[in-house]
Design a protein around this ligand. Structure first.
Ligand code: ADP
Ligand code: ADP
Ligand code: MG
Length: 462
């Protein structure tokens, strides 16, 4: 087993990894930018090293600095968390060259999955259903027009290197395509340093259903069932749950098998996620593969009892899963709300600042993953996730009630969050019925925001 792990990340995920390490009696080295000197991960690690100024490019993304620190502090492995370098194939390769174990799949696997266009083509070849589309990169707007004509509008232009919901454009007609192509490609080039685009038919009102995968170095690959992440804004997840209520046992078996097939098709090793779109007619399509621990991994941990970060570390150390597919069982229902420092009434504008008072809910079946504390100032340089609130209960309805209660108890003063919006969503009949598709939030946002404003006004009038 590893003796000392460098955690190349910050925020709640750095704490999550630290906690797993501590339970496994592995020492930790935290890294931080000058903007994070008072961050919790810096205090909780065995040892902490400042690696640069606030800008991520000069700190958390500085590969040479990370490798130097890892070697100087005697680490034998690096955990990348999510975001930052977690899906950077060159970094995974560089770690291997320096004799440091990258806790994740190989550089080649990351490279394959990270090119979403190539991954779709590979999946199709492996018999995993994919959305009709370009099956690979599209060279230019003319090529895109031709493919769109064949699959039919509306279509989605997607950045091959995209992530975090960026670089995606819906196109409804051939007239709108050339401009959308240039725009999306330019955005992708700016965000991801790669303007390569591919094209998919737009699946109307799908659900986002994903499967958690674990694969060890001995060739054993299993899935840990599904999560429904359909409540999204701007193609980004807001509320996730496990298991997905809409799956019949038969469909769950079929999609689980497809997810394992997808992982095997790229020689997957470590924890990963296969994302699918599930259409209203019950057909499902491969969407993308995420080669890292995911933000919403906690809901799977709650319903399966498997510690996914611990498994990541064990797998990277060469240990077998110690878990067969038939050993994985689902108990109860789990929901996660991402509490972001952002203002839903102002287009979800990020608004991090000083948390003048913080109180987290507790009690039976409640888990909070957060790096926030009273008096802490969230730096503006990184993402706006302030806390993840998770609940676990015997049934979905009880989980919904528990999450409402947890959100009511949560107090973050000092900046706006989306907690109130999530609380409202948990009262919406569509959510309660389990009828939300990825179109739900965009369709009901105004209604929910107005609802909230009226509630606040009547409260103020009393
Ligand atoms: P998940 O699929 O785990 O829900 P998200 O899409 O919410 O993940 O992204 C998790 C984090 O990783 C976010 O901070 C997001 O900004 C970041 N991220 C995801 N993909 C990329 C990427 N390709 N490049 C840079 N950051 C990314
Ligand atoms: P990212 O890497 O940014 O997470 P994804 O490929 O996972 O990108 O897509 C993000 C979201 O966009 C999905 O969860 C889904 O809501 C929506 N989406 C992606 N592809 C399609 C499609 N072909 N039709 C409809 N919606 C889609
Ligand atoms: Mg995705």
């Amino acid at each position: 087993m590893f003796k000392r792990i460098l955690i190349a990340n910050r925020g709640e995920i750095a704490l999550r990894v630290l906690r797993a390490c501590r339970e496994m009696e592995i020492e930790t080295v935290a890294v931080y930018s000058t903007a994070d000197a008072d961050a919790l991960h810096v205090q909780m690690a065995t040892q902490s090293v400042c690696i640069g100024p606030p800008r991520a490019a000069e700190s958390y993304l500085d590969q040479a600095a990370l490798l130097t620190v890892a070697k100087a502090t005697g680490c034998d492995a690096i955990h990348p968390g999510y975001g930052f370098l977690s899906e950077n194939a060159d970094f995974a390769d560089a770690c291997a060259r320096e004799g440091l174990k990258f806790i994740g799949p190989s550089g080649d696997t990351i490279r394959m999955a990270g090119s979403k266009a190539a991954a779709c083509a590979r999946m199709k070849a492996a018999g995993v259903p994919t959305v009709p589309g370009s099956d690979g990169p599209v060279a230019d707007a003319d090529a895109a027009l031709e493919i769109a004509e064949r699959v039919g509008y509306p279509v989605l232009l997607k950045a091959s290197a995209g992530g975090g919901g960026r670089g995606i454009r819906r196109v409804d007609s051939p007239e709108a395509l050339p401009a959308a192509f240039q725009e999306a490609s330019a955005e992708a080039a700016a965000c991801f340093g790669d303007g390569t685009m591919y094209l998919e038919k737009f699946v109307t009102d799908p659900r986002h259903i994903e499967f958690q995968i674990l694969a060890d170095s001995q060739g054993s690959t299993i899935h840990l069932y599904d999560r429904d992440c359909s409540v999204q804004r701007r193609n980004q997840k807001l509320i996730e749950e496990a298991p997905a209520r809409c799956l019949t046992p038969e469909l769950r078996r079929e999609m689980g098998a497809a997810a394992v097939r997808a992982a095997k098709a790229v020689g997957y090793e470590n924890a990963g996620t296969v994302e699918f779109l599930l259409a209203g007619d019950g057909k499902f399509y491969f969407c993308e593969m995420n080669t890292r621990i995911q933000v919403e991994h906690g809901v799977t941990e709650l319903v399966t009892g498997v510690d996914l970060v611990r498994q990541q570390i064990r797998i990277a150390a060469g240990l077998p899963l110690g878990l067969r597919q038939e050993d994985v069982t689902l108990t109860g229902h789990a929901i996660e709300c991402r509490v972001n420092a952002e203002d839903p009434a102002a287009g979800f504008r990020p608004c991090p600042g000083m948390a003048s008072f913080v109180h987290f809910p507790g009690g039976t079946g409640v888990r909070v993953d957060s790096a926030l504390y009273t008096g802490y100032t969230m730096p503006p340089y990184y993402d706006s996730l302030a806390a993840k609130l998770l609940v676990h209960a015997p049934t979905r309805l009880e989980a919904i009630r528990r999450m409402r209660r947890a959100l009511e108890e949560l107090t973050i003063e000092g900046f706006a969050t989306n907690a109130e919006l999530s609380h409202l969503i948990l009262h919406h009949p569509d959510y309660i019925r389990g009828a939300c598709t990825t179109a739900f939030l965009e369709q009901h946002l105004q209604e929910l925001v107005d609802w909230n404003r009226r509630a606040e006004e009547s409260e103020g009038a009393q």
